[in-house]
Design a protein around this ligand. Structure first.
Ligand SMILES: Cc1ncc(COP(=O)(O)O)c(C=O)c1O
Length: 481
């Protein structure tokens, strides 16, 4: 029933004892009166002075409430005049829904978003880091002062810098040189896109080369972010078993549209793909028909021997995308990665990069170019390699000594994490739950499988933790088994 002007103050009930401020209470109650239709369109409200006096509040309280409702589109308010209700029936509902965040029914999602929501990739990486979460380097060891100087110089120079390319030339050149000398990648600077992360590179590749229903092969167990990106694009993703040499070919199966692999240190097992296997996959991939994505996410860290050159460097026909990231080599919050694109796709990938907006801040790109050119990047890597090597050995030794009967450790030749298998079988998810409750964060190997898990074990990070922290975590683990 419509409300007369005189009744408005009688319908407003302000609590002076609660936490909610008077303005917020008044705004919300007037909004409800309008949204419910009791104050209809064209209705003139009392003046702020009159309503304030009726309600026993200050005039400012009423004025602020009127201003807020005017900003939300409920009232017409102009200086010196009494406010007038501006919305009716349908509009009122729409305004009410927007203002109160109420949505009618479930939002209709695109197939891409629906598929992405179905992936079971946990978002735990958003939670604070706890020992021995895999996938991280030690941010505490990063030379923040040096990096800050590079950032500062780059920001100061920005005033003089011309608006330049999305992928900064200096950084492209520095990276082309770095990947050629350290990983045997063969690419010109203009094949390199600078992106906010390796995950961004996977999303971009999927957007450009995957058509709904295409077949994609990934390692099983493998990196869930890759399977998620390709599945969201509509691909049929098949997990491929591993053996000692890495991913195995499916005998007789036709080549898929895309094969995703981590040949330098298989994620999660840390195994190295043999040269014979690399050549076999390259032979299987017909140029322009089957793409290979080589994710070299932690290829900077090798401890026992010289690193094996990249698969991309073996390819003479432009079939391989090479993905790198600074998340592990520097810090995960630096948000920089890169993608070496096969020559035939550079222009298309650049267009997609712009349209999806996967562009890294120019001044950060310039700062990184300087960080690399001045030798800080390689110096940091050398130091981290020594440190992480010692931490790997420390964790291996601790696990063997205290948990040798329960866990069988696979010692990776590089990388930042390792796999320890449950010797007596059993469900790794239950073990992970116990460990997490005790303060040690690991991942179940089975959670990295696409189908029915073949492997049960724990994925343990060692790079991000000091030896004393590793020792404490191993003691905790020993008390859980
Ligand atoms: C195999 C693999 N590829 C890519 C990524 C993602 O790297 P970024 O943080 O640059 O997206 C990760 C992160 O853990 C990874 O393990």
């Amino acid at each position: 029933m419509p409300v007369s002007e005189g009744m408005i103050s009688a319908l407003i009930d302000l609590k002076r004892t609660g936490d909610e401020a008077l303005v917020a209470q008044l705004t919300s109650q007037l909004r409800s009166l309008i949204a419910s239709g009791r104050l209809g369109k064209g209705r003139t409200l009392p003046s702020s002075r009159r309503l304030a006096s009726n309600l026993g509040v200050s005039r400012n309280t009423v004025t602020y409430a009127f201003e807020q409702l005017a900003a939300e589109g409920y009232l017409e308010a102009s200086h010196g005049r009494r406010p007038v209700v501006k919305v009716d029936g349908g509009e009122r509902q729409a305004a009410g829904a927007v203002a109160s965040g109420v949505r009618s029914g479930k939002p209709r999602l695109s197939p891409w978003a629906s598929r992405l929501k179905q992936t079971d990739w946990p978002m735990s990486y958003l939670a604070p880091l706890r020992p021995l979460r895999p996938g991280h380097g030690d941010a505490r060891e990063f030379p923040n002062e040096v990096w800050a100087r590079c950032l500062r110089r780059s920001a100061v120079r920005a005033a003089k810098r011309e608006l330049g390319p999305v992928n900064r030339t200096r950084l492209r050149e520095a990276l082309a040189h770095y990947v050629a000398t350290s990983r045997g990648v063969r690419a010109s600077a203009d094949q390199i896109l600078i992106l906010p992360s390796a995950q961004a590179a996977l999303t971009l590749i999927a957007a450009v080369v995957i058509t709904q229903g295409d077949e994609v092969w990934v390692e099983d167990p493998g990196y869930p972010g890759a399977a998620a990106a390709f599945r969201a694009s509509g691909a049929r993703v098949t997990g491929i078993k591993l053996d000692e040499q890495g991913m195995q070919r499916i005998p007789g199966a036709a080549a898929p549209t895309l094969i995703f692999m981590t040949p330098s240190h298989q994620h999660p097992t840390g195994r190295l793909m043999s040269l014979a296997r690399r050549t076999e996959f390259l032979r299987l991939s017909r140029p322009g028909k089957t793409w290979i994505v080589e994710d070299d996410y932690d290829g900077e860290f090798h401890y026992d021997s010289r690193p094996v050159p990249s698969l991309q460097g073996l390819d003479a026909h432009g079939r391989v995308f090479y993905v790198g990231t600074f998340s592990k080599a520097m810090t995960s919050d630096i948000r920089l990665g890169y993608l070496v694109v096969p020559p035939a796709l550079v222009g298309t990938l650049e267009i997609a990069q712009r349209h999806i907006g996967l562009i890294a801040a120019s001044h950060v790109q310039e700062a990184l170019a300087e960080f690399i050119a001045d030798g800080h990047f390689l110096a940091h890597l050398r130091r981290m390699r020594r440190l992480y090597h010692a931490r790997r050995d420390h964790l291996v030794e601790g696990l063997q000594r205290h948990l040798g009967e329960v866990l069988s450790v696979e010692v990776p030749s590089g990388g930042i994490q390792l796999v320890a298998r449950l010797r007596r079988g059993g469900v790794d998810q239950a073990a992970v739950k116990r460990l997490v409750e005790a303060g040690v964060e690991t991942r179940a190997l089975s959670s990295l499988s696409l189908g029915r898990p073949r492997d049960h074990g724990l994925l343990l990070g060692f790079a991000a933790w000091r030896e004393s922290e590793i020792s404490a975590a191993v003691r905790t683990m020993a008390s859980c088994f």
